[in-house]
Design a protein around this ligand. Structure first.
Ligand SMILES: [Zn+2]
Length: 103
């Protein structure tokens, strides 16, 4: 069964689809940035899903902002941001919540 949700980024609503990408295409992620759609595999561990989501989001940002990042730059940024969020998500969420409440 496919799961689908939306995120907002750079003024776009992006559809994230979780599908059986590994089974069907032997891939964990896919970015169709021109149609605001990212696909991530659901048939992999959660840590892989999260890192893949960040990786595909960085592809989207690179495409929309014309950064022309290459695959290894995107992979490195995805890995670094995944580490940051995995180890600090509660602290970052508190920071953003506190910052938004004080505005
Ligand atoms: Zn990639």
């Amino acid at each position: 069964m496919q799961k689908q949700f939306n995120i907002n980024l750079l003024g776009h609503s992006i559809t994230i689809e979780q599908t059986n990408l590994v089974h069907e295409f032997d891939k964990v992620g896919r970015a169709s940035s021109h149609v605001n759609k990212l696909m991530i595999a659901q048939d992999v561990p959660d840590s892989c899903k999260n890192e893949t989501l960040l990786h595909e989001v960085i592809h989207f940002i690179s495409y929309k902002l014309g950064l022309e990042l290459n695959e290894s730059q995107i992979s490195a940024l995805g890995c670094g941001l995944h580490e940051l969020l995995e180890n600090n998500i509660a602290t970052i969420q508190d920071l953003y919540t506190t910052t938004n409440e004080s505005q």
